[in-house]
Design a protein around this ligand. Structure first.
Ligand SMILES: C[S@@+](CC[C@H](N)C(=O)[O-])C[C@H]1O[C@@H](n2cnc3c(N)ncnc32)[C@H](O)[C@@H]1O
Length: 353
């Protein structure tokens, strides 16, 4: 069992950094929540994501990809890559917007998700790592709700410096222990964490930055689109007393992240300020906005109004079933824009070329 293996490792070598613990909980080959478990982002799973709520999410991203392709002068080779593609719900509606024969790839760490995606895209379009893609391509890379799962170190403000929290283990189970701050973690905090009160908790998102750097490194011309919950350091300032580390299970907040390794979705609020800095350091031009503003710019509000008009027409003609279907389509699409829900997610667009 993963918890037994982690406990033995800690007994032999001492406490491990929180990011190593989180990486094992989510990505361990034999016991990781994503790698070894069933498909997670579905109604029967632990959380519901935008593409699972409404097909209009993928449709809008398809229109975004078309816009990028147009701006690049419709290059012959243009690739759309979704990383963390889950059940494939986003790509299913996105690809209807793209021309016949468009190249679409999915990257997934979960074997269950890769099985679902192969049914949609074919075997040779579904990969477990970004390294399986060509070293350079033009196109659009999309990551919806990936970054919040990438392993974080946990740092705590101590005077003018930082301490880390590592994971130890004893007869009572896993617990956090204070440890000196590794230099890369302290550098990240000094650059990105903003003003943090004494004992304030910062989730240090080095892995998210590395992912974005690698994605932009592969992109010749085009855009990387990162969508997730979170904000800038200023927006996260109010959460430092408790930190944002949490788990989800069965669509609700789950137990302490140290309990039941491999059984829970461990997640944090994404620091979008740090990601903007990484993208700009890599030479990209960035835009940071909310999901509501991003989707409205692509025309979702107009589509919803069109659906509402259609609903009224169907009501007037007494077509109850049709009216209910259109009504639920419009309501689901509105959920994507809700200002205190999915609409408040952040969208980072990092463009190259
Ligand atoms: C919260 S779900 C989101 C799924 C999908 N993007 C959606 O919006 O429905 C996170 C997904 O990311 C996958 N995942 C997590 N880390 C990954 C990584 N480093 N590379 C590729 N996929 C990853 C998981 O297997 C899971 O399917």
């Amino acid at each position: 069992m993963l918890s037994t293996r982690l406990a033995s490792r800690i007994a032999a070598d001492g406490p491990i950094p929180f990011d190593e613990f989180m990486a094992a909980c989510l990505y361990d080959e034999a016991g990781g929540y994503f790698t070894a478990g069933p498909l997670r982002s579905v109604a029967a799973g632990d959380f519901l994501t935008s593409p699972e709520v409404s097909p209009w999410f993928g449709t809008m991203l398809g229109r975004f990809a078309l816009g990028v392709r147009r701006r690049l002068g419709r290059p012959g080779r243009f690739r759309v890559v979704e990383v963390a593609a889950g059940s494939g719900s986003l790509l299913r509606s996105l690809r209807r917007e793209l021309p016949e024969g468009a190249q679409i790839d999915a990257i997934e760490t979960s074997a269950a998700a890769r099985r679902a995606l192969r049914g949609l895209l074919g075997d040779d379009r579904v990969h477990s790592r970004m390294d399986d893609l060509p070293p350079r391509f033009d196109g659009v890379v999309i990551a919806n709700e990936l970054m919040d799962n990438l392993p974080v170190a946990v740092a705590v403000r101590a005077g003018s410096g930082w301490e880390e929290r590592w994971v130890g283990h004893d007869a009572d189970g896993f617990h956090l222990v204070a440890a000196p701050c590794r230099p890369a973690v302290a550098r990240w905090c000094d650059r990105h964490a903003g003003v943090v009160p004494d004992d304030g908790i910062v989730e240090v998102q080095l892995a998210a930055g590395e992912w974005l750097r690698a994605a932009l490194g592969r992109l010749g011309r085009g855009a990387v689109v990162v969508i997730d919950y979170g904000g800038t350091a200023e927006e996260l300032a109010g959460r430092r007393a408790e930190g944002t580390l949490r788990t989800y299970r069965g669509h609700h907040l789950g137990p302490d992240p140290l309990l039941e390794p491999g059984a829970n979705d461990i997640t944090v609020d994404v620091d979008f300020g740090a990601l903007v800095a990484v993208a700009e350091d890599a030479g990209a031009v960035t835009e940071l906005t909310t999901q509501a503003a991003f989707l409205e710019d692509l025309g979702l509000r107009d589509e919803i109004e069109r659906l509402r008009r259609r609903e009224r027409e169907l009501a007037a003609s007494g077509e109850t079933m049709g009216r209910l279907q259109v009504r639920s389509e419009a309501t689901d699409a509105e959920t994507l824009l809700h200002p205190r829900g999915l609409g408040d997610f952040r969208v980072l667009v990092a463009r190259k070329g």
